[in-house]
Design a protein around this ligand. Structure first.
Ligand code: HEM
Length: 468
């Protein structure tokens, strides 16, 4: 009997403008209509015309074939720009092309693999923390700590120049203020009108920027010093890491390096966006495995056979394919980025429907991944959906946790490696069972989170798991 984890009941009738606004503030997933799970495209009007697109052919046109016609929506950009300016994620046109050419090589598989030892060290620390936690730790908090640890190490020279607590509080404050879709955005009030959230969030942005700038400056000085002394090491003594690569990265076409402002904004984006999404993929993976002891045993047997008592490293990834399948399946059921939005420049036809300039497109990844037409038993947890060869039988555009086309997530390799290393290590050392109380439902403001967090019973397994 397959395990069916928590889901939300989508609205079965059209919502009024105010119901939509209320739902969007409470839980963005609640604005996705029930029809989006059974039909290729759903359209409506809210100020301007909108369309929810779940058709793989139409998604391919938006992400790839006619990508220039579909710039990112102003709503998303407004939430992010105060913190990350015109970074890779938030830029368009020439500025985006230049930054993409500069940043993509930084995340090449070779460079990401070189960061694996830092991920392994974090997996070890996370396991030690869980072993001490006793009872029923809150898993989202634990995973946020773990992925923040990794990003601090690879992007900020570790924690020694950086007040992690202060930065963590600033992120939360930012998400609660600027990061919430403003009612004014949905009503198409002009951009120059100040949003209450944006005003409240200014202090947190200043705090984050000051801290990241300081870390970059420290590293710049350390690199200059190391070059003088004939070494090329990071300030914390780490080998080439993300920050080193970003400082040295240049656009292969023009040889141009990033300006200090571009560097600050991109590093800031990597920190905020990169760690939360990955922590959620991990938290949902553990919640799903806790509800499906058979799948958990399968993953554990594989991890134990590959790792023995050692924590996982890059070399164990190919040896633990089922662990990867669990993460993929967790991101199918709970894609950390559950909804994307795009504007329309020129008239076009999508899934046989005419769309017009200034219409808004919503791409509900959450509904796409549970769509009745593209998936068998779509609400059930089944890592076999990602068994070798299975993806090849599917349309590429029915599974889009990292987006697609030229704007596909540049950090996907990094995120998958980090999640895999941490999950394999934890599975080999602990048994996870559902905590007391009902399982959390998914809720989305910027990302798809388990409402109220995840409490699991975590039992250390017998054996000596000292660092190998
Ligand atoms: C499980 C973890 C992650 C998920 C689910 C995720 C998801 C996504 C998605 C869906 C997009 C495309 C957005 C769009 O088309 O509008 C994206 C873009 C992006 N992601 Fe990720 N991401 C993850 C981790 C990371 C990490 C770890 C980093 C960096 C350290 C990162 C950096 C970026 C950047 C810079 C872009 C913009 C790329 C461009 O526009 O050229 N992401 N991500």
């Amino acid at each position: 009997m397959p395990f069916t984890p928590p889901r939300i009941a989508p609205p079965t009738r059209a919502l009024s403008v105010f119901e939509t606004l209320r739902a969007a503030r409470r839980n963005v997933l609640e604005i996705i209509p029930g029809l989006s799970y059974v039909q290729p495209m759903v359209s409506g009007r809210l100020g301007s015309r909108w369309h929810m697109v779940q058709d793989p052919g139409a998604l391919r046109r938006i992400f790839l074939d006619n990508v220039g016609n579909y710039p990112k929506s102003g709503i998303m950009l407004r939430m992010l720009r105060p913190a990350v300016g015109d970074s890779l994620f938030t830029s368009e046109g020439d500025s985006w092309r230049r930054q993409r050419r500069t940043v993509a090589p930084v995340f090449a598989q070779r460079n990401v693999t070189a960061l694996a030892p830092m991920m392994t060290a974090t997996a070890e620390r996370t396991a030690e923390r869980l072993a001490r936690s006793g009872g029923q730790p809150e898993i989202v908090g634990e995973m946020l700590s773990a992925t923040f640890d990794v990003i601090c190490d690879v992007a900020l020279s570790g924690r020694e120049h950086f007040d992690v607590e202060l930065y963590g509080r600033a992120i939360i404050r930012y998400m609660e203020t600027v990061g919430r879709a403003s009612v004014l955005d949905f009503l198409h009030v002009p951009n120059w009108m100040p949003r209450p959230g944006a005003v409240l969030g200014k202090g947190s942005v200043r705090t984050m920027h000051a801290m990241v700038s300081r870390a970059i400056e420290e590293r710049r000085r350390a690199l200059a010093g190391a070059a003088g002394a004939g070494r090329a090491k990071g300030a914390a003594g780490a080998a080439d890491d993300l920050l080193d690569h970003m400082l040295k990265a240049e656009d292969a076409e023009t040889g141009r390096r990033m300006t200090p402002e571009e560097l600050l904004h991109n590093m800031q984006f990597f920190i905020v966006a990169g760690h939360e999404t990955t922590a959620l993929a991990l938290s949902w993976s553990l919640l799903l495995l806790a509800g499906d002891p058979e799948a958990q045993e399968h993953g554990r047997a594989e991890a134990r056979a590959a790792l023995g008592d050692a924590p996982a490293g890059a070399e164990h990834i190919a040896l633990t394919p089922y662990v990867g399948q669990v993460i993929e399946e967790a991101m199918r059921l709970y894609p950390p980025v559950g909804l994307l939005a795009r504007n329309v420049r020129r008239a076009d036809v999508l899934a046989g429907r005419r769309i017009m300039p200034n219409d808004t497109l919503f791409l509900p990844i959450f509904a796409l991944h549970r769509h009745r037409m593209w998936w068998d038993d779509p609400d059930a947890f089944d890592p076999e959906n990602f068994a070798p060869g299975k993806a090849a039988q599917r349309d590429r555009y029915v599974y889009l946790p990292f987006g697609a086309g030229p704007r596909v997530c540049v950090g996907a390799n990094f995120a998958m490696m980090q999640a895999h290393i941490i999950l394999a290590t934890l599975l080999a050392r602990f048994r996870f069972a559902p905590g007391d109380g009902p399982p959390p439902v998914p809720t989305m403001s910027m990302t798809v989170r388990p409402e109220g967090g995840v409490r699991l019973k975590v039992t250390p397994l017998q054996g000596d798991f000292k660092r190998a």
